[in-house]
Design a protein around this ligand. Structure first.
Ligand code: OGA
Ligand code: MN
Length: 196
């Protein structure tokens, strides 16, 4: 996956995390969502930060190392290893990452966007781990990836199946989450080059 990432600036893989581990993360995501601790996702930052369910309809819960469950600690550990691996391959100077659970209720999607907040570039690599064991065509919620500088040209559509990991350069690729017809679970994060 790393050669592919270096070559294309994006790559997907099903080899990074064992299925059983992903299944446990999916269960944890469902359990926490049922507890009502997820929040409506916002767009923009600071004074322009707002929620617009018609643009972005997911609910999120940030994973924080200070309150992480043992399972979340395992994930954070794996992502530290991934950060080091990315730095060895790409000299990106990645220093940290931030991740959250995301749940798209039926009918929700996320319109085409870039992940770098406008006017700042600390998010270097986007990471997504999909957690939908029984995903089938027709469930929707595919990730559509568009060409840098040609946001009408579709490069690929990634199915959000349990265990699929997607990595891409956060500043390059316009992307969109197609409307999901089923609850759609994932963990999304960004590797950053600023210190916390
Ligand atoms: C995001 C995003 C894509 C996905 O949260 O910024 O684009 O496939 N997610 O979940
Ligand atoms: Mn995004």
């Amino acid at each position: 996956m790393f050669d592919e990432l270096a070559f294309k600036n994006w790559a997907s893989s099903t080899e990074l995390f064992p299925k059983e581990f992903c299944r446990k993360l999916a269960q944890e995501c469902q359990r926490l969502h049922a507890q009502g601790v997820f929040h409506k996702a916002s767009i923009g930052r600071g004074a322009t930060k707002t929620t617009h369910a018609e643009i972005r309809g997911d609910l999120t819960l940030w994973i924080d190392k200070n309150s992480a469950t043992p399972l979340q600690h395992d994930l954070l550990f794996s992502l530290n290893t991934l950060l080091e691996r990315l730095n060895q391959s790409f000299y990106l100077g990645l220093k940290r990452f931030e991740i959250h659970f995301a749940l798209y209720p039926p009918g929700a999607g996320y319109d085409k966007h870039l992940d770098n907040h406008r006017g700042s570039g600390e998010r270097k690599i986007t990471f997504i781990l999909y957690l939908n064991e029984h995903w089938q065509k027709g469930h929707g919620g595919e990730l559509s990836l568009y060409q840098p500088d040609h946001e009408d040209i579709l490069i690929s559509q990634i199915e959000p199946r349990l265990g699929t990991v997607m990595l891409f350069r956060s500043d390059l690729f316009p992307h969109q989450v197609e409307k999901s017809n089923q609850p759609r679970l994932s963990i999304t994060g960004w590797f950053r080059d600023d210190a916390s």
